[in-house]
Design a protein around this ligand. Sequence first.
Ligand code: PLP
Length: 384
Amino acid sequence: MTQHLDTLSVHAGYTPDATGAVMPPIYTSSTYAQRAPGEHSGYEYARSGNPTRWAFEKALAELEGGVAGFAFASGLAAMSTVLELLDAGSEVVAVDDLYGGAYRMFERVRNRSAGLKVRYVAPEDTAAVRAAIAPSTKLLWIEIPTNPLLKLIDLRAAIDAAHAVGAMVVVDATFATPYLLRPLEYGADIVLHSITKYLNGHSDVIGGAAIVRSPELAERLGYLQNAIGGVLDPFSSFLALRGLRTLPLRVQRHCSNAQAIAEWLGQQAGVADVIYPGLPSHPQHALARQQFPRGFGGIVSVRLQADEAGVRRFLAALKLFTLAESLGGVESLVNLPWAMTHASIPEEDRLRRGVGPNLLRLSVGVEHVDDLIDDLRQGLAQIG
Ligand SMILES: *Cc1c(COP(=O)(O)O)cnc(C)c1O
């Protein structure tokens, strides 16, 4: 019997050890005694393997339905290690509404250091996605939903098109979490997470993860994790596993709060546009209902009917929504991608993509929804 995600997330990765401890101890030792040269308990040096990290990694693999999980010091450390699976000069196709740091990694780092050539494609246009994938494509890089415009992609069609030319598919499902969407079930080769966000869920860890579908990729990525060395530390591994235990509970609340806030915002003067996959007005709402049967996530993007000064008055008035980068914690945050998370993207690209100075991204927390709406109401009153 396959267990529900709610049950799995409480138990995954660890059973009480010899002491009976129901949560894994934090092993801080950097090295492990060997009985004879090369004869050890499975642990030799803590970059290569650490029992606390392994418990978290095993839990990730179970939650995503993969064969192995690997935890890294940040989401970008996970990305950079995954990209080392490619040979220099490889051609990559990526969705065009990328996390700013992913875009920076492709364009400002790996283009120079590894000659990666990245083509960007609109994920909502399935024909364009198919057309962008060429016989020479080695990797398809997907984010679902995208950041900050919450675009979706027809995963099945995109993954099939990539596999038809032998390209690998990586899905950054940070915004979705395994509670809402499990990309490996669609045939993706690797799922990537910034565990800094929902998986840890409490805004007190920086970490990343990659979960793989095949033993062959497990072997290759495990080798790279150790060879490159950007591993998650034991204390963060412990915290992140503790966070995972309540993932379904938290995500349910994030989703119901976000849905209510998106619907409410849609009726307010001062709001030009609300972007949320759970609204019938979202251009891919039908696809969203297929791919996200449990809920549409905790992120709501909104364009205010305001100039820059009005946007700043709104932000300054908010009391519960903290102005900050990041997302996915229990507390509500608001971000102005134009000036914050997406500032590293050239201005004309931002404008072309629809990330203008009046677009805000809300990370809706788990507070009482009425209090959150009250806060937004008094913020909107400051715009006019
Ligand atoms: C935050 C984020 C990352 C980067 O993760 P870090 O933990 O900040 O390095 C990558 N992808 C998405 C979608 C993110 O939101």
